[in-house]
Every structure is written in structure tokens, then in C-alpha cells.
Design a protein around this ligand. Structure first.
Ligand code: ZN
Length: 462
């Protein structure tokens, strides 16, 4: 091939919408055949190598060769859950009998963020980190990020897995990487203005927090070098259109998002056309389950995402309960054949509330809050139990400019309540608190405050 031909080819691949067009547009029957092949390999692998899975399979008389179809896999392989792994790890630290590879193969130790108590230890081999990182690359590429871009990580580099894997992805893409470790919010802003990265990695809430602080410092982030922002860790730009608008306006950038489950994979990069994320079907197999009955739910219905990871070969997770509620769709205007989770994560099984017979999903409420410009980005959804019913109260802050306008706060509360009622057909209590009074978070923002008595919280009580 001549150098002119090579250069044309290079340009064509840079301009492609896909990081890997072959895998991202693979027909469904081929994807399913590949899943079955990989799942059969995986059940053999864990049965032979992981004491945890061998015991689990033996206890129900399951043999790897019993898995002949995808239906077999979904029905016969037992569900697994975070709490099982945590208990075993605590009894025999650091990983208990959950490893499928010798300890010396562990190249990276990470942990879940542990907002609900004890963290889960996550061992990754070098192979796992490369594959896990690639999930991010699919998302980065779809948004328009290329090897010539440079990444700024507004992240403390603790043990939390989330953005370590984004770093593996940035390395895989061959980009310049800049660490924001150890800096406070102002320090991040100064570093961005000085070092001129083109991509920001942070939680979506923290991107907005940085924008607020920058405005106070007299810095205009919209005219900074940042062209793309990419997020994970909590519902962001693809789940919450109002949030995307706010981030894109504040940063003068395109905002993207990925749905990850730290212990499994950065499993679902955002669709470039918005309104959802695509399951990376090269790294994961997933199906949706009714959390109450355990039955599979059809595409288009809301169910719990049950996932199996092909990128976590060190501590494999088979039919793993994510507790995320998703709505699966096949086919998408962007051309990807990978299953789409419309609206990203709609809520959590542990936080799903039924208010007077209506299921209320967290992101649905969040979207409505985001539509009122008088409300700040910090708010809480408080769950309580009153007279045998779940009750959700929205605790919100008016923006700082309304600090001295107490009279306006009640009006905002009423309009928010009306808007929720019109859209979701339930009346939620809406309560204002003074501007800047709710806590700010650099990592996962805690938006759900569950004050229901134990026994009324779904899933966690099982
Ligand atoms: Zn799409």
C-alpha cells in the first residue's frame, strides 16, 4: 500500500463513528452465538478454577456441560450478589475463595466506593484492565474523542475503581493523561487553565460544582480548552437531559456518559445520539429480571440488570445482580446493534418506591427537578414510611441568587410538586432548604436518603 493510500485509510478510520464497527454493528444472531460460546467457556473456567463457584455449582448439582443454550445459562446458573463476595472476603482477606487466578496474577487492586458500608475488593489481572479500559474507549470514540486529545482527571486516585478504568481507557486510546490527584476544586480549575486538556473526566455533579466555583473565581470554563466531558458514577448526561444541557453550557463542551458497575466492567458506553447507553456486548452478557419474581422480563419492560462479565477473569461475576433497573431496547438510530438501556439507569431495586400504587423511579424525578432553573444541582430524595405507604420527599436548594427571597422558595416547591404530579401522576412532598446547605461530593453524590425501617427496603433485605 502506498503512503497516500495509508493516509486516506487513516483519515477514514479517524472519521468513523465507531471504535470497532465490526463488533458494534454485529447482527444479533452472531452476537448471541458469541455469547453462548463465551458463557460455556466461562462456566468451565470458573468450575475448574474458582473454589467459590465450584461449591456453588456442586450444591445444586450443576455441571458446566449442562449449559447448552442461553436460556440454560440464564435459568440454571445461580444468581450472585455483592454481599456474598463481601462476606467471603471479610472471612479470609483480601479475596477469600473468589479468585479464579493465583494471587500473583493480580495486577491491580481496587474497591467499590462503599457508600453503603463495607467495600467490595476488586482484583484485576493485566488482561482484565486492558479489556475493561476498552469499554471506555468505545464510549470516548463515539463522542468524538481521538488519540490527539488529552485527558484531565478530576479524581483523587484512591482505591475506588471507577476512574482508574477510565485511565486504562485513555492509555489504550493513546492520549496524554493529566492527573488532578490531591487538588481541591480551585486547584483543578487552575490546572485545567494552565495545562489545557481537551477532555474532562469527573462525576457529572462535580463537573457542575467546578463550574460554580470557576464562576466565583472569575474563570470562564466555556472558553477553556476542554471540548469534551465524560462522566460516570451517578446518573448523568444521557439519563438527565437537563444535566447534559447544564454541563455542556457551563463547559462549552460535548458531554458523554458511561454506565459502569465497578466490579464488572465499564459496561455500557453512552449512545452518541443520547437517551441511553449501549451494553458492551463484547465484554458483558446481560438480561433483565423482575426483582420480585425472578422471571425474565421482555425488552421494553423495566427490570433489574443481571450481568455476566467477560473482562473480570480474576474474580468472575456470573449472573450478577446489579440492582440497577433498566429498560432494554434493540436497535438504535446510531447504527449500533448492542442492546440499549433507554434512559440509562432508571433507578435502583433497593430504592424503588411505590407511592400510592405508582412506581416512582429516581431518574424520572431528577429529570423534573433539573427542568427548574431556580433549583441548584444539590438535592435529596428522602424515603420514609408512613401509614403503610412509601413516601418520597424532595429536599431541594434554591439557587444562591434566591438566598434572600424566602417568599420565592415556597412558590418553587409548589411548582415542582405540580410538575411531578403532571408528569408522574403522584404527588410528592417538596421541601426547600437554604442554598448551599446540602453536602457536596467529589465522588458519588448521595441523593437517596432511605429512612424507611429495615424490612421495607427492597432487595437489601433479602
Ligand atoms: Zn445508539
Amino acid at each position: 500500500m502506498t503512503s497516500a493510500q495509508l493516509s486516506t485509510l487513516g483519515k477514514a478510520s479517524r472519521e468513523s463513528k465507531f471504535w470497532n464497527q465490526y463488533t458494534e454493528t454485529m447482527p444479533r444472531d452472531k452476537i448471541d452465538a458469541l455469547h453462548l460460546h463465551r458463557l460455556q467457556g466461562l462456566v468451565h473456567y470458573v468450575y475448574e478454577r474458582s473454589p467459590f463457584y465450584r461449591k456453588k455449582f456442586d450444591s445444586i448439582g450443576l455441571k458446566p456441560e449442562d449449559i447448552r443454550t442461553l436460556e440454560d445459562y440464564k435459568r440454571k446458573v445461580p444468581l450472585s450478589d455483592k454481599s456474598e463476595f463481601i462476606d467471603l472476603q471479610l472471612a479470609d482477606p483480601p479475596y477469600g475463595p473468589t479468585l479464579a487466578l493465583p494471587l500473583e496474577f493480580v495486577a491491580h487492586h481496587a474497591e467499590t466506593s462503599g457508600t453503603s458500608g463495607k467495600p467490595l475488593s476488586l482484583p484485576f489481572s493485566m488482561y482484565d484492565t486492558v479489556r475493561y479500559g476498552e469499554s471506555w474507549v468505545y464510549g470516548f470514540w463515539g463522542l468524538g474523542i481521538r488519540p490527539s486529545d488529552s485527558f484531565y482527571f478530576a479524581f483523587g486516585w484512591g482505591n475506588f475503581a471507577g476512574f482508574w478504568s477510565a485511565y486504562w481507557g485513555a492509555r489504550r486510546l493513546g492520549c496524554r493523561v493529566i492527573s488532578g490527584g490531591g487538588l481541591d476544586t480551585k486547584g483543578h480549575i487552575n490546572a485545567i487553565m494552565r495545562l489545557r486538556p481537551t477532555v474532562l473526566i469527573s462525576t457529572p455533579t462535580f463537573a457542575l460544582r467546578m463550574a460554580t466555583v470557576a464562576a466565583e473565581m472569575g474563570v470562564d470554563l466555556a472558553s477553556s480548552s476542554v471540548k469534551y466531558t465524560y462522566h460516570a458514577g451517578e446518573p448523568g448526561p444521557t439519563a438527565l437531559p437537563a444535566m447534559r444541557e447544564a454541563i455542556e453550557k457551563a463547559w462549552g463542551a460535548k458531554a458523554g456518559e458511561l454506565l459502569g458497575v465497578a466490579e464488572v466492567d465499564a459496561m455500557a458506553p453512552g449512545c452518541p445520539n443520547g437517551d441511553g447507553v449501549h451494553l458492551n456486548e463484547m465484554n458483558c452478557f446481560a438480561w433483565s429480571m423482575d426483582p420480585d419474581t425472578g422471571a425474565e422480563v421482555a425488552d421494553g419492560q423495566i427490570g433489574e440488570n443481571i450481568v455476566t462479565g467477560f473482562a473480570s477473569t480474576t474474580q468472575p461475576l456470573l449472573n450478577y445482580r446489579t440492582h440497577d433497573l433498566v429498560r432494554r431496547r434493540s436497535g438504535c438510530s446510531c447504527g449500533r446493534t448492542w442492546t440499549k438501556f433507554e434512559g440509562t439507569v432508571l433507578g435502583r431495586t433497593d430504592f424503588m418506591v411505590t407511592v400510592r400504587g405508582t412506581n416512582v423511579y429516581q431518574t424520572a424525578v431528577e429529570n423534573l427537578i433539573g427542568q427548574l432553573p431556580e433549583i441548584s444541582n444539590s438535592y435529596e430524595l428522602v424515603l420514609t414510611r408512613e401509614e403503610d405507604n412509601d413516601v418520597m420527599t424532595v429536599r431541594f436548594e434554591p439557587v444562591k441568587a434566591l438566598a434572600d427571597r424566602r417568599d420565592a422558595w415556597d412558590d418553587i416547591a409548589k411548582r415542582l410538586s405540580d410538575r411531578i404530579h403532571a408528569a408522574l401522576h403522584v404527588r410528592l412532598r417538596t421541601v426547600s432548604v437554604p442554598p448551599e446547605s446540602l453536602p457536596r461530593y467529589e465522588l458519588k453524590t448521595k441523593r437517596i436518603i432511605d429512612e424507611r425501617p429495615k424490612g421495607f427496603r427492597r432487595a437489601l433485605d433479602r
